[in-house]
Design a protein around this ligand. Structure first.
Ligand SMILES: Nc1ncnc2c1ncn2[C@@H]1O[C@H](COP(=O)(O)OP(=O)(O)O)[C@@H](O)[C@H]1O
Ligand SMILES: [Mg+2]
Length: 268
């Protein structure tokens, strides 16, 4: 990660972590474009939730940002160091302990042996797995495995963390816990996060910005800023905790209605 501070006073280029301009992707010309005219700018340190129906091109978009796919049209600007990625499946090496899975990411980055163990320990502490370091993936719950995957992604020390529906396979209670954990990790590490989901409540809960993607061709069609609800003091929101919850629930309903519109538009 570059150590430069990029506060609101920094020039726009320095504040921007990701920029997509007129981005399009076509796999098979006869099927038409999967993505078209995607415009997106993400500032450093932001938590962006990208919401869209299944099949609308969310993973394709994330894979392009990650450099795993190439766009057909338009441009992508990402940090030169690339981004860390996390998927729905933790994809840990089953024969390695949790700690070794994290250490491997450090090793790939060239962190010297003696430091690896200590750093892996710190990262496991950060995701509250300090005592599970010696366990192998099959001994861990699904939620714990995703925590290891998060620690491993953080071990790459990249400013941008791309998450493709990482909690979709987890039960509701575990997911809820991991939302809290992820927000805590985000606040303490200052990473830029793009989190993909088809779940409105998850998007509203996590994202400072909630971006809605249209269905085929996919592009960003609407955006909501949730910060006034999450940081009411800074935004001068006056009201009880109950009225805050109520406005957040209202926002969730609004976003759900828009997502439904997109889905039904696509179905016609
Ligand atoms: N490598 C590929 N080759 C051909 N078609 C693809 C490929 N990857 C994705 N697609 C198509 O692009 C569309 C969007 O897929 P995807 O990005 O996975 O959507 P989402 O993640 O929103 O569910 C789908 O119709 C899918 O079949
Ligand atoms: Mg997907």
């Amino acid at each position: 990660m570059t150590p430069t501070a990029a506060g609101p006073e920094a020039p726009a280029e320095e504040r921007t972590a990701i920029r997509l301009r007129g981005l399009g992707k076509t796999f098979a010309p006869e099927d038409g474009p999967v993505l078209q005219d995607v415009e997106l700018s993400v500032e450093r340190g932001q938590f962006v939730a990208l919401l869209g129906a299944s099949g609308c091109g969310k993973s394709t978009l994330l894979n392009i940002v990650a450099g795993l796919e190439h766009p057909t049209t338009g441009s992508v600007t990402v940090p030169a160091e690339g981004a860390a990625l996390m998927f729905q499946d933790a994809a840990l090496f089953p024969w390695l302990t949790a700690r070794r899975n994290v250490e491997l990411a450090l090793e790939l980055r060239g962190v010297p042996g003696p430091q690896r163990r200590a750093r892996a320990g710190e990262l496991l502490e950060l995701v509250r797995l300090g005592r599970a370091g010696d366990k192998r993936p099959h001994e861990l719950s699904g939620g714990m495995r995703q925590r290891v995957a998060l620690a491993r992604a953080l071990a790459q020390e990249r400013e941008v963390l791309l998450m493709d529906e990482p909690f979709s396979a987890l039960d509701a209670i575990t997911r809820d816990l991991l939302h809290e954990e992820l927000l805590r990790v985000w606040r303490s590490t200052g990473r830029t996060i793009v989190f993909i989901t088809h779940n409105v409540a998850e998007a509203v809960r996590l994202g400072e910005r909630v971006l809605l993607m249209s269905s085929r061709p996919g592009r960003v069609v609407q955006e909501w800023d949730t910060r006034p609800w999450k940081d009411p003091q800074s935004y001068g929101f006056e009201g009880s905790a109950q009225s805050l919850d109520e406005t957040l629930a209202e926002l969730t309903r609004t976003v759900t209605a828009r997502l439904r519109e997109e889905i039904s538009r696509h179905a016609q």
